[in-house]
Design a protein around this ligand. Structure first.
Ligand code: GLU
Length: 417
């Protein structure tokens, strides 16, 4: 049977509901997305031909506030993946206590095959197709896998043109010149570093000298590797879709970034003293203090979970560990900061960006990073305390906190009509 991430969402919800002693009636609505939109639309390619693309926007929950979540461009994306990603956003916003529900969008496309002009037309047409259900009070997209500030700028412009005035609050993760926030690009990676630092602190340890393996060197993994190193950790392995590097005495992260920014763009051609080329699978099973999967979902599975040798896993990606693998890791005593907590730094600073937009004011970097640190540390402390109290994993504790907030919000609001 093929992997369906939405089943893992349901498993996590059922598990939390059982721990909290809920009746089916208390939380039944949370098992279903509120709204699923599938769109099919044409895009004119540079050679004059027309290609048809499929896209999605799923709004999982608006119980605690407007729906919030990124848009990804990926050739393998499907509706179940987007449903799962939307639900994870609901739980993510709830566990860190920001006033949003969850959503996610995607286009089934390999963006590396498109020119910049094609990518812009694709983005603008997709925005027009989902326009009736997005908006600053309704549903606020943001960057995700293979999308960035430039794409958010096109979305903001398309939406604004339709309205007839500038609406910066319709998306977050925008370039700073059009209402983006300082610190947003680094926020998810910074949150990963904070999670590693705080969970070590609970054991009376620090990041200094800790060995780390980081899977994925994009916006999340790249920043996480950089900041972990800045805090004194030793990055011994990194990978992306082009390959994986390992050096037990530590990699030169800056040199690797320079290499990736150069003409090659492939880790496969990277050469450094003592650097070995390994596979992405090898990276996951290295003996390290911290493993940060920061790429895609479905990486730590029942097949490799038993071979994981990390002491602490910090999930920078959404859904990198399957529900089956999760049980194996827990049985083996491997600590894990779950995705809905570990990668929430991005949406926390998205929230700050949106607040700045609707209040028409700007925060400085110290304020943004200070507030991110405060909200994230508070959420980590609450998850840790709940896990200790109930003798459950951090993932189960994070879901319990989030689910109880969702159930409470639904209860207070009641059922319409
Ligand atoms: N795509 C990011 C995530 O999965 C950020 C979402 C947002 O900022 O709305 O958390």
């Amino acid at each position: 049977m093929s992997y369906n991430p939405y089943n893992d969402v349901l498993t996590a919800i059922e598990n939390a509901a059982k721990i909290l002693g809920y009746n089916e009636n208390d939380y039944a609505n949370i098992k279903f997305p509120e709204r699923e939109l599938k769109v099919t639309f044409p895009v004119r390619m540079d050679d004059g031909s027309v290609n048809i693309f499929e896209g999605y926007r799923v709004q999982h929950s608006s119980s605690r506030g407007p729906c919030k979540g990124g848009i990804r461009y990926h050739k393998d994306v499907d509706i179940d993946e987007v449903k799962a990603l939307a639900a994870w956003m609901t739980f993510k916003c709830a566990v860190v206590g920001i006033p949003y529900g969850g959503a996610k969008g995607a286009i089934k496309v390999d963006p590396s095959k498109l020119s910049k002009a094609e990518l812009e037309r694709l983005t603008r047409r997709f925005t027009a197709m989902i326009l009736p259900i997005i908006g600053p009070e309704r549903d606020i997209p943001a960057p995700d896998v293979n999308t960035n500030g430039e794409v958010m700028g096109w979305i903001m412009d398309t939406y604004s043109m339709m309205k007839g005035y500038a609406v910066p609050g319709v998306v977050t993760g925008k370039p700073i010149d059009i209402g983006g926030s300082v610190g947003r690009v680094e926020a998810t990676g910074r949150g990963v570093m904070i999670n590693a630092r705080e969970f070590l602190k609970k054991r009376g340890e620090t990041l200094v000298g800790k060995t780390c393996a980081v899977q994925g060197l994009g916006n999340v993994g790249g920043v996480a590797a950089y900041l972990l190193e800045q805090e004194g950790a030793k990055i011994v392995a990194v990978s992306n879709s082009s390959g994986a590097l390992y050096n037990p005495t530590g990699l030169d992260i800056k040199d690797i970034f320079n290499h990736l920014a150069s003409k090659s763009k492939s880790l496969q051609d990277y050469d450094g003293l003592g650097v070995k080329h390994i596979s992405n699978d090898d990276l996951l099973t290295l003996e390290v203090d911290i493993l940060a999967p920061c790429g895609l979902q479905n990486q730590i599975t029942a097949d490799n979970a038993g071979k994981i040798n990390a002491k602490l896993i910090v999930e920078g990606a959404n859904g990198p560990t399957t529900a089956e693998a999760d049980k194996i890791l827990a049985r083996n005593g491997i600590l894990l900061s779950p995705d809905i907590l570990a990668n929430a730094g991005g949406v926390i600073v998205s929230y700050f960006e949106w607040v700045q937009n609707i209040q028409e004011l700007t925060w400085d970097e110290q304020n943004v990073n200070g507030e991110l640190n405060r909200i994230m540390t508070q959420a980590i402390d609450a998850v840790y305390a709940m896990a200790q109290e109930k003798k459950i994993t951090f993932r189960a504790a994070a879901y319990c906190i989030a689910l109880s907030r969702l159930v409470k919000a639904k209860h207070i609001r009641g059922i319409f009509p």
